[in-house]
Design a protein around this ligand. Structure first.
Ligand code: ADP
Ligand code: ASP
Ligand code: MG
Length: 406
């Protein structure tokens, strides 16, 4: 059972989470809980680091950030004790969560949950600090990237052969962020494939890496509310039935576009730039390569958190290629439509552009996958764009009652 930051934001909520863990234990199952840091703790720690040092050392950043989850999970264990049950909290490292050595973005490689299993055997409720692990290569604490407690939850479920419940302040995965679209609908199920695209295009309700781990290990995720008992959303293998063209609209508001001009055609300069970016562990999103008058222009977008690493990568590429003309545009966002049925419904791109155009949203760049269309737009247009697309594809209606595509 995983509880996010809002779910443990204050002492009352911590006691509520303890109650949910105890209720599950009293139903006769063995319970492992993993929790995120309280409320905005991680953001506050990041801000603090930034006030102390303009470029905080990544190893020390992980030492700092991992404390947030440690605090929350010790407090939950205390609250469980007060309800008359035994509980024990562990850091990621104590729980045997082994990762690679990439500070601030580590990937879980293996879990050896000896202490967790031992404590479960003794009837205890086990709390594991989310978002962190330990690298054998460096013998250091690592963190798993923003939203990483979701990955902790799925990896633990896979290692323990357990079911995986992810509790948050929303009752499941919706057709759009319910904070932006009040009539967004809760989905009863969503396939791994669709959830991967949704997470990759900004639906932060589940972390991308957690969905990858779930698909890789066949873990079904039940995403549901901390504060209500209703069923949430199952993230699982597709059921093979008829798919709606569009399942959900997603968005992000932290995209930065890098444009590199004047690359010489016929050299592998764009590959070399993208390789440098990848070696800094930055995932690029939209990529457009265009040519004209013997030169190439490479444009790609990254998340704003990755801007310093991208600048470093471009510096390294420059050292190899000679000076490159780089332009950086911030203040962008993305709106995307996602649905496995996109494959078999032509005309979705046309409807997407028409809806955005009718609402005065200018599309700067597009990228597609077989089941997603993403449009890079000005950040100020994102919310309008999301509402326009939700409306255009009638996502507030029950799937069976939506008008057919034209
Ligand atoms: P937690 O702190 O529990 O991990 P997050 O803040 O990471 O929770 O994720 C939950 C938030 O994700 C919700 O409050 C909601 O605003 C946002 N969200 C974005 N897209 C969606 C979506 N399609 N369905 C549900 N929630 C979404
Ligand atoms: N506390 C971390 C974050 O804010 C991890 C998480 O919430 O899952 O990103
Ligand atoms: Mg989260």
């Amino acid at each position: 059972m995983k509880f996010g930051g809002t779910s443990v934001a204050d002492p009352d909520r911590i006691r509520h989470v303890a109650r949910r863990l105890v209720d599950a234990r009293e139903r006769g199952v063995r319970v492992v809980g993993t929790v995120s840091a309280m409320g905005r703790t991680t953001d506050t720690l990041l801000e603090l680091a930034g006030r102390v040092s303009p470029h905080p050392d990544p190893r020390e950043l992980d030492m700092l950030l991992s404390t947030g989850e440690r605090i929350a999970c010790a407090l939950v264990a205390m609250a469980v004790h007060d309800l008359g049950h035994e509980a024990v909290s562990y850091t990621g490292s104590q729980a045997g969560i082994l990762t690679d050595a990439v500070y601030t973005k580590a990937k879980i490689r293996e879990i050896t949950p000896v202490r967790v299993l031992d404590a479960l055997e003794r009837g205890k409720i086990v709390l594991v600090a989310g978002f962190q692990g330990f690298s054998r290569d460096t013998m250091d604490v690592t963190t798993l990237g923003r939203g990483g407690t979701d990955a902790t939850a799925v990896a633990l479920a896979a290692a323990l052969g357990a079911s995986c419940e992810i509790y948050s302040d929303v009752p499941g995965v919706f057709t759009a962020d319910p904070r932006i679209v009040p009539d967004a609908r809760k989905l009863s199920a969503v396939s791994y494939e669709e959830m991967l695209e949704m997470a990759a295009s900004g639906a932060k309700v589940l972390m991308l890496r957690a969905v990858e781990l779930a698909r890789g290990h066949g873990v079904r995720i039940h995403a549901r509310s901390t504060f209500a008992d209703e069923l949430g959303t199952w993230v699982q293998e597709a059921d093979g039935g008829d798919e709606p063209a569009v399942r959900a609209v997603t968005h992000s508001t932290d995209d930065v576009l890098f444009t590199v001009r004047g690359l010489v055609e016929g050299t592998s300069s764009s590959a070399s730039i993208l390789r440098a970016v990848a070696s800094e562990h930055v995932s690029v999103d939209v990529i457009v390569l265009s040519s004209g008058q013997g030169t190439l222009e490479l444009a790609f977008s990254v998340a704003s958190d990755d801007v310093p690493a991208t600048r470093r990568a471009l510096g390294q590429a420059e050292a190899r290629l000679g000076p490159v003309d780089v332009h950086e545009a911030a203040g962008l966002g993305k709106v995307s439509v996602v649905g496995a049925g996109l494959r078999s419904h032509p005309g979705i791109a046309a409807r997407t552009f028409r809806a955005l155009e009718e609402h005065g949203v200018a599309v700067r760049m597009i990228s597609t996958s077989p089941i997603k269309i993403s449009c890079l737009v000005d950040r100020g247009d994102v919310e309008r764009g999301v509402r326009a697309l939700h409306e255009a594809f009638a996502l507030a209606e029950d799937e069976a009652e939506r008008p057919a595509a034209d």
